[in-house]
Design a protein. Sequence first.
Length: 489
Amino acid sequence: MAERRRLIVVSNRGPVAYARERGERIARRGGGGLVTALRSLVLHHDVTWIASAMTFEDRAVAEEAGGESFAETARDGSEYRLRFVVHDDQAYDWFYNVVANPTLWFIQHYLWDLKTAPSLDHGLHHAWAEGYVPVNHAFADAVVDELDRDPGAAVFFHDYHLYLAPRFVREARPEPRLAHFVHIPWPQTDYWHVLPLEIRRAIHDGLLANDVVGFHTPRWRRNFMRSAEDVVGAVPDWARDDIGYEGRRIGITAAPISVDPSEFDELARSDAVLAAGRVHARGRPEKVIVRVDRTDPSKNIVRGFRAFELYLEAHPEMHRRVVMLALLDPSRQDIPEYAEYIGAILRESRRVNDRFQQGGWTPIDLQINDDFPQAVAAYKDYDVLLVNAIFDGLNLVAKEAPLVNERDGVLILSENAGAHEELGDWALSVNPFDVAGQAEAIHRALDMPAAERRVRLEAIRSWVREHDLGAWIDGQLEALDAEPLPVRG
Ligand code: G6P
């Protein structure tokens, strides 16, 4: 375990969101895998966490603290400091609903069909200048303020919401150690060229203001090193995995994030999960294929249903004996592309069900809601877990579910998910666009002898137990401590 140290963690979504219920203020856990992972930092280090005020009550909390950081206690009793950045509503909307998600997320997951989208009109340029830039500035101001309180602290930025903030901090304070972790894929240079020159330059320049930039896999790191060279003329050193830029060296790391196995051991035994499991057990067919995702176009849910349809077409002997349980958490619904994607999911599952359902059997059990205990109950109970993302930075479901599975379930895993670089040998690999291949993988998985299933599952489990979240965090801090060397060339 790395020694205790002072860290300023910066992410758009914070560890808690406040709400008011029956007149009382309550703190809810912030959603998403990233926040869950970072929360354990709080346990072992002196953390000040800077995040956007998301709710009305967050704003009230921020105001009571005079806009400064304040002491908070995590559920496990550990102390940390929290600071909310309060943004102008309109600027935040442009930042989140125009730039960060439908533009940067789409570019980084290759989600555009370039013959028709995007059309980068005044709306994007405006949202960049009046949304993304000022929100990043507000984050940077908060970081600088916290650094002035504690000049020795290191700053750890997260994700695509905050590409410009490191540059703004660096301009104000040249000394502090800055690191940034990008939790999503990094696409190849040419795809970045969809964005206007000044925007793609600012993104690369902002990231290169850090001392360390981290990705989940060597594949995303390689793409970044190439695009940094192409877009801003940085000088990659492929032997040392670093980049020379403006007289500084920036270390580029590749380290896949992980989960805390003990948290899942506990969850699996919790009352909420056991209760959800009892509901599942009622009327369970012989075989269950599970998928657990946000309703995000990158998750490839529609093609997954199509693959299941092809499987059912080829295997009438499995009708009434198998169900695909799709537990989908609604996500980013203020963005039209996301709202439309839910429509596509509903249509496709209805189409497949209309075609095959009979005598009380409905092949796709689609549930769109945010119910984590239900997801963990499904993790325990799957025969096949389908993760067929178009592209995915890592995919934590592929690590979480095998940890608690009780049926020697088989993982079908997209070759474009970051987790594939670690778990690919023990999963059935699929090309996310090849629905015929996915149908065949479903067949292989459902047909696989028990002994082989067990060997594969056990191998995944021991990998994840050994390469757990604690190890990832230690790795991040070591990279942050690495001595900067002079630039070569
Ligand atoms: C996923 C990604 C994270 C990202 C998060 C944001 O979990 O893997 O990298 O930060 O989404 O989600 P949000 O709900 O805040 O838009």
